[in-house]
Design a protein. Structure first.
Length: 574
């Protein structure tokens, strides 16, 4: 190459000699690329860098202004290059000319990416240079038909309805009400919230880096990047969210937690807001709970009939301990809500202590943890014992005091249901013993231990048969532990394809897979004699006909609901 990027920027008048020297010095000190340093220092813009790179590498420049950065919609490019791959690698297919595929990229030095795209598509690749920000917007326009956030950023007067703030506890922030034109930050917050609900997002991540803002939606358990707003609007967006969440807008040094509700198309959606101070600014994560989408039917959460029967039997016991384990976001709250919804009746008194109360269930007395005034899991549990309860649900056992209070409640004639953060169901035994629970007391009180994970479900509109090696099919059928296993050669497996209804991901929704261990005499003897010997416990459970989470997942694979890869990604080999 005859000229370096720095020389081209100086020659074209974008940078002065002094700015170039300073940017080169900062790039060496911070171990970043020269272009990144120049943008961070404010000497130039992304567009100028992209134009200079196109000159340096002799590649055409694509942008929204010159009308080149736009994918042809009549060439099925979305099937040639899937949306997930395009977003992950910041690459946009532009058009196909015979055996050549034109793509827009931001880093011409990433030859590995171009080689991978060539292998993936089987086509020769013609790269165009663009900026990362413009590529993200173009991806949204092509794969999603344009996002609400894009339209809000592009319009001088936002047509997104304004969020109405209200202090009444029984009212909701109504996104369907037409409001007066507000500030751009207010319009952007409304757009982010509306787009997230349309795309079935469970979480929204808003974070700031040195030179940009990132907005990501978690859809069916996977984070997808969306069009970011201008960097200068970040503080205003965070302040708006703090106001909605009733938080201190002046506090930027300490974490804060809050919540608010919105109403979109007659759907009430609760948002739990967490703000954490980071190096470049505050990071905002919002958890969305669509009350209308939560189905508390025990038959629809994903349990196998035998697993469901074991859980209902344990939940109808007059006393004992019942633990549901799994990581945050694995669906434990929904499953426990379905269990309580199944067993509730006027004849029994059910009380819960949760942090926070995410699902309200009629006929169940639910209490919200308030640590700032001393209302903790342990203190609430002690109070519950004076409230004549039959069933007590403790949102999470976090410490020794809570664990011991749960055990005492179970031993004095109450059924106690709770959760633990462990990798599998039987590890709750080890965890409780580690918390100071005596093995002989645990053996007498523990009724059932269960664990769950969420797997993505294949989109029913576009899933297609997959070619699976016979050895793999045999392994899946064997590991599913079915009483009457099918012929592996006759099983039809499926894989994702992607369509408009699933936003080109190939997946639509998630379902839980479970492992459910009902304590029998042999397992109680093992806990009493050997404590937390997981190997012995699992062997006794398998002998009784119980099965692991991976077996539960493979049963859904054989039913055509999900893929082998999806199940293996959330479970471990036995």
């Amino acid at each position: 190459m005859s000229q370096s990027l720095a020389d081209i920027l100086v020659t074209s008048g974008v940078l002065t000699q002094e700015q170039r020297d300073k940017a080169q010095k900062v790039a060496v000190q911070t171990k970043c690329q020269f272009s990144e340093a120049a943008v961070k220092l404010g000497f130039t813009k992304e567009d100028d860098i992209a134009i200079a790179l196109s000159k340096q590498y002799g590649l055409p420049y694509a942008s929204r202004d010159n009308k080149i950065l736009k994918a042809q919609k009549d060439q099925n490019l979305d099937k040639i290059l899937p949306e997930s791959y395009a977003r992950q690698n910041f690459i946009l297919p532009l058009f196909q000319d015979e055996r050549t595929l034109a793509v827009a990229i931001s880093d011409p030095e990433n030859m590995l990416l171009l080689d991978n795209v060539k292998m993936l598509t089987g086509l020769e690749i013609q790269p165009f240079i663009s900026t990362k920000t413009q590529i993200i917007k173009a991806i949204d326009e092509f794969y999603l038909g344009g996002s609400i956030i894009d339209k809000t950023l592009d319009s001088k007067k936002s047509d997104v309805e304004e969020v109405e703030e209200t202090s009444a506890s029984d009212e909701r922030l109504n996104l369907d009400q037409a409001g007066a034109d507000g500030a751009q930050a207010v319009a952007l917050v409304n757009a982010i919230l509306k787009q997230s609900t349309q795309e079935r997002a469970s979480d929204i991540h808003i974070e700031k880096y040195d030179d940009r803002i990132s907005i990501r939606f978690r859809i069916d358990g996977v984070l997808y990047e969306r069009t970011p707003p201008p960097k200068q609007l970040f503080s205003a967006i965070v302040s708006r969210l703090k106001i909605l969440s009733k938080l201190d807008i002046a506090e930027r040094r300490l974490p804060q937690d809050g919540q608010f509700s919105i109403k979109v198309q007659n759907r009430v959606i609760d948002l739990r807001v967490s703000i954490c101070p980071c190096v470049f600014g505050e990071k905002v994560v919002m958890r969305l709970l669509d009350k209308g989408a939560v189905d508390l039917d025990i038959n629809k959460v994903g349990l196998d009939p035998r697993q469901r029967d074991d859980i209902i039997e344990a939940a109808n016991k007059p006393h004992g301990l019942f633990f549901m384990t799994g990581p945050t976001g694995s669906g434990k709250t929904t499953t426990l809500g379905a269990i309580l919804n199944t067993i509730k009746s006027p004849e029994i008194n059910i009380m819960t202590i949760e942090d926070p109360v995410e699902i309200r269930i009629e006929g169940v007395n639910q209490v919200q943890v308030r640590s700032n005034i001393g209302l903790t899991f342990a203190s609430a549990l002690r109070s519950f014992l004076r409230q004549d309860p039959d069933v007590i649900l403790v949102g999470e056992v976090r410490d020794q005091e809570t664990a011991q209070t749960c055990l005492r409640a179970a031993l004095t004639g109450h059924l106690v249901i709770s959760t633990l953060h462990t990798n599998d169901a039987l590890s709750c035994v080890v965890r409780l013993i580690d918390m100071g629970i005596e093995p002989f007391m645990l053996a007498n009180s523990l009724q059932l231990a269960a664990a769950q994970r969420l797997v993505r479900l294949l989109c029913p509109h576009c899933k297609k048969p997959a070619k699976v090696p016979l050895e793999m099919a045999q392994s899946v059928v064997k590991d599913a532990l079915l009483d009457q296993p099918p012929d592996p050669a006759s099983v039809v497996f499926y894989e994702p394809r992607g369509c408009d209804k699933c936003s080109r991901t190939g997946y639509m929704g998630r379902k839980a897979i479970y492992e459910v261990y009902k304590l029998n005499g042999a397992m109680r003897e093992i806990i009493y004699r050997y404590g937390g010997d997981i190997g012995r416990l699992r062997a006794a459970a398998e002998e009784a006909g119980m099965w692991t989470m991976r077996a539960s997942g493979f049963r859904k694979v054989l039913n055509g609901l999900t893929t082998i890869e999806e199940v293996m990604s959330v479970t471990i080999a036995d």
